[in-house]
Structure formats: structure tokens, C-alpha cells
Design a protein around this ligand. Structure first.
Ligand code: CDP
Length: 253
């Protein structure tokens, strides 16, 4: 096969030119980074799990009519997605206080918020993805008012979907981050969910025990990250425990 053209390499994924115009191959690496890449490790198998989990969430979102970039999974580490023009924002939805919100506002981690709170960060690693307001977003032209209405609606729909899916398997969705991108259909442009949805970009706590099942396990040295992600996948029925990643559905009694 001809060597594919690499478009971009990020911290956890590589993007290659797709087979058709308007498509991209998204390759999930095993690299884990935290604190703006100050802490790094290779967690064998993480990419395989995140490829599957992102497929699972994006497919489910598609089924309830939340537009997203996912087209199909190609193999253990790659999926075919629509190419989008990424809006340079990290959109964070929080249901419980944690992480930077707890630090910034002095709220104990795990405190339930009065309602989901959506925050925007400007996507720029060299600046550490700073929190910005809608004023900055409008003034610097990163997104229009219509875009912001659409982004809020997408973020809240993803939150409702993910919260429900997680709740059903005994996991609390504390917070998560999404990215959105523009696609052009003829003269029309619309925004769709892009990037990935995985335990790398969510906070997931076991409802009973409070055990962390997300990237905080790596950030805070709480144990084996792969075990945590495998547990999430197992509960969601995405991959059976201790099994090699499967390519065909297997009957489990
Ligand atoms: O994760 P950290 O404490 O640095 O920041 P946060 O603002 O508390 O993160 C909120 C949520 O967004 C967490 O689920 C993070 O994993 C996720 N996030 C992300 O996926 N990528 C970022 N660059 C920043 C946050």
C-alpha cells in the first residue's frame, strides 16, 4: 500500500489523509500525556481501547441524531472520520466539581453542581489552553453567536447522552471535553462533534466506590491506566475483560 500522507501528529493521535476527499484516518497512539505534556508515558493498548470507546460513543451519538465526524472503524487503532475545520476551542462540560474548577473556585472535588456548567478554553498548547469567555470568542472571531448556540446545544446533548450511558453501568460522568468542527455541505456549514470521546477526555468515577476510571489515574499516579480503561470498556460491553481486542462480536454467556 502506498505510504499515507500524515496531516498532523498530536499528543494522543495521528491524522492521515483519508481515501476519499473530505475524509481523514485517525490513528490512536498509546502515548499518555498530562500537564501540557510535562508528564509522559506509553501505556500499551491505550490507543486500541480509545479507538473502540470513541467509536462506541460517537456511534451512539449518531443514533440519537447528534452529528459527529465518525464514519467507521478501520482496524484496531484507526477510524475513518469526516475532515472538519476545527473550532479552536476545548468545550468542557461539568456535572460535578473537579480538576481546575475545584482549584480555581475552591470547591471540593465531587461536589454536585447546581446544573451542568459549560466552559470554553482556547485551544493552544503553548498557552496551556487558557479559559476564555464568550466575549473573547466573539471578539477574536473564533466562533459566531450562531456557532456558540450550536456548540452549547451539542455540548449539552452529548452530556445527557454520556451521563445516561455511564449511569447505566454504574459510572458517574463528572466532566468531559469535546471539540467541534465545521463541515460544508454545498453552501451550508454546520458544526459537528469531532476529535475523540474517551476516558482520556472525561472524568469517570465509579458510583459506588468513587474509584477513578479515567486519565486522572495517570495524572495522579493512582494505579494502572490500562486496567481503568479496560474496566470502562468491559462495563459498556465494548471489549471483554482480559481478552485480546476482538474484530467480530463474540457470544459471551
Ligand atoms: O484535566 P485538568 O484538571 O487539567 O483540567 P479540567 O479543566 O479540570 O478538565 C475538565 C475535563 O476536560 C477533564 O475530564 C479533562 O480530562 C478534560 N480535558 C481534556 O480532555 N483536554 C484538555 N486539554 C483539558 C481538559
Amino acid at each position: 500500500m502506498a505510504r499515507r500522507k500524515k496531516i498532523y501528529e498530536g499528543k494522543a493521535k495521528i491524522l492521515y489523509e483519508g481515501p476519499e476527499p473530505g475524509t481523514i484516518v485517525q490513528y490512536f497512539k498509546d502515548d499518555a500525556t498530562a500537564f501540557n505534556a510535562e508528564k509522559k508515558a506509553v501505556i500499551e493498548g491505550k490507543g486500541v481501547l480509545n479507538n473502540r470507546l470513541s467509536e462506541f460513543f460517537m456511534t451512539g451519538l449518531g443514533q440519537i441524531g447528534v452529528p459527529n465526524h465518525f464514519i467507521k472503524r478501520l482496524n484496531m487503532r484507526e477510524q475513518l472520520v469526516r475532515s472538519v475545520e476545527i473550532v479552536p476551542l476545548e468545550i468542557i462540560v461539568r456535572n460535578y466539581a473537579a480538576g481546575t474548577m475545584s482549584k480555581r473556585l475552591g470547591i471540593d472535588e465531587g461536589t454536585q453542581l447546581p446544573r451542568p456548567i459549560v466552559e470554553y478554553c482556547y485551544k493552544d498548547d503553548s498557552l496551556g489552553d487558557p479559559l476564555v469567555t464568550e466575549e473573547h470568542i466573539a471578539a477574536f472571531g473564533w466562533a459566531s453567536q450562531q456557532d456558540m448556540d450550536d456548540i452549547l446545544s451539542l455540548a449539552l446533548r452529548v452530556n445527557d447522552f454520556l451521563s445516561g450511558v455511564m449511569m447505566a453501568v454504574g459510572i458517574r460522568l463528572v466532566d468531559f471535553k469535546i471539540e467541534v468542527g465545521r463541515v460544508f455541505d454545498g453552501d451550508f456549514q454546520r458544526l459537528i462533534v469531532a476529535d475523540e470521546i474517551s476516558p482520556d477526555s472525561c472524568r469517570l468515577w465509579d458510583i459506588e466506590t468513587g474509584e477513578k476510571l479515567d486519565k486522572d489515574v495517570f495524572r495522579r499516579d493512582l494505579g494502572d491506566l490500562k486496567d481503568a480503561y479496560t474496566e470502562v470498556a468491559r462495563r459498556l460491553g465494548v471489549m471483554p475483560k482480559n481478552a485480546q481486542p476482538i474484530t467480530k462480536p463474540t457470544l459471551i454467556n
